[in-house]
Design a protein around this ligand. Structure first.
Ligand code: CP3
Length: 365
């Protein structure tokens, strides 16, 4: 497959800890309900899955935030729950509510019946990736993504989001064999899914381990990190001779940063509870870091947003070219965020960081 030449590779360079002219920025959930044009497209599609399963609409929505803000990466418009949906669990998103599955995977019979879905049933995702790559015309790189095996299992076992993860944790303590079998199937499915996205044109991939952080120490390593490692070990590392870097984000995983940094990804995403300077000392030159402004900081004034952005950049440490920082939020952007805050954020990250990157390392952290 051939695509238009990439014009802005700052994001890909930062992930690989190569020198950059400024700190690149993109935002988790950058295409979403805080944009009026997203809500309009979603209404046209009729439902979230109507948007996600239509490659034309998925392309349109993916590009929306890039039309407004000079972001340094695009992320495929889809959801992590496409895999369990393809396993036959029946995904739906009711307006104003989170995801729900018609079927859950809780007992021995349901676990035994679980299989890796045929990737053909996810073809709408891969077609969207290819179409978005063409529509981007090389402006910025396209990120593909999937949920971690454990985070997918949370939804498959609970059937929806949860405040305490009681059902999956009961399985973890009572029948760890059942949970391990779900995670094995998920790891294989996620690896095939990400590799198919890479084949379709994804230029970087991210694994969202949104709920690994709810696990006890020990359980996190055995039920989340080990399966993320299994996924990473199967991933294609390049496409047509160009590196395809990977990012692992464990929300609430700050205390396990050293172990996450050793899992085999190029970069580690961190939430806002982590101090970037300390994080950098802990991971050394093993990985790049992505993060970590509190999404709620975007409810302050534009001047305050800019000050918070400088604080995150200063924490990471001004310069040392090649150190590897991708600016992001510590979790997804809130649907209530004023878009003007994003304007202020992106401008400040670019301007402030360009000053110290151009200083050429004079200001070593
Ligand atoms: O970042 C992007 O712009 C790309 C698109 C994207 C979505 N979901 C679109 C979406 C990505 C990367 C995701 C990942 C995702 N989905 C995660 C991991 C990241 C995280 O937030 O921790 C998780 C846990 C999910 C599962 C999921 N999907 C939930 C819990 C919800 C409901 C939450 C909410 O905000 O209402 C969704 C729905 C969803 N996925 C929306 C979007 C834009 C909102 C749905 C709508 O339009 O009604």
């Amino acid at each position: 497959m051939s695509f238009p030449e990439l014009q802005n590779d700052v994001f890909l360079r930062a992930l690989q800890r190569q020198p950059v002219p400024y700190t690149p920025i993109w935002l988790m959930r950058q295409a979403g309900r805080y944009l009026a044009e997203y809500k309009e497209a979603r209404a046209r599609a009729g439902s979230f899955m109507g948007l996600a399963t239509n490659p034309d609409l998925a392309t349109e929505v993916t590009l929306q935030p890039l039309e407004r803000f000079p972001l340094d990466a695009a992320i495929l418009f889809s959801d992590i729950l496409t895999i369990p949906d393809a396993m036959g669990l029946g995904l739906s998103f009711a307006q104003g509510e989170g995801p729900r599955f018609a079927k859950t995977v809780r007992d021995e019979a349901a676990v035994q019946a679980l299989t890796v879905p045929d990737m053909g049933s996810l073809d709408y995702v891969f077609r969207a990736v290819t179409q978005i790559r063409h529509a981007l015309s090389g402006r910025v790189p396209l990120i593909g993504f999937a949920g971690s095996p454990f985070t997918l299992a949370c939804y498959m076992v609970e059937g929806q989001g949860s405040s305490d993860y009681r059902t999956i944790k009961t399985m973890l303590y009572q029948r760890p064999d059942l949970l391990h079998r779900i995670l094995e199937v998920n790891a294989e499915a996620v690896a095939q899914y990400l590799n198919a996205q890479i084949d379709a044109g994804a230029q970087a991939v991210m694994i969202f381990d949104s709920w690994g952080g709810v696990l006890a120490d020990g359980a996190f390593q055995a039920f989340s990190l080990d399966y993320t490692r299994r996924v990473l070990s199967q991933l294609k590392r390049e496409s047509n001779g160009v590196a395809v870097p990977s990012i692992v984000f464990t929300k609430g995983g700050g205390m396990w940063l050293d172990q996450i940094a050793a899992v085999g990804s190029d970069a580690v995403g961190v939430d806002w509870t982590v101090n970037l300077q300390q994080a950098r000392q802990r991971v050394g030159d093993r990985v790049a870091l992505q993060g970590n402004l509190d999404p709620m900081a975007l409810f302050a004034s534009p001047e305050q947003v800019a000050a918070e952005a400088r604080r995150v950049l200063d924490d990471f440490g001004t310069v040392s070219p090649g150190a590897g920082h991708v600016f992001n939020l510590g979790h997804g952007i809130s649907q209530f965020t004023p878009p003007e805050s994003v304007v202020a954020l992106v401008a400040e990250v670019h301007e402030y960081s360009a000053r110290f990157h151009q200083a050429g390392g004079a200001n070593q952290a």
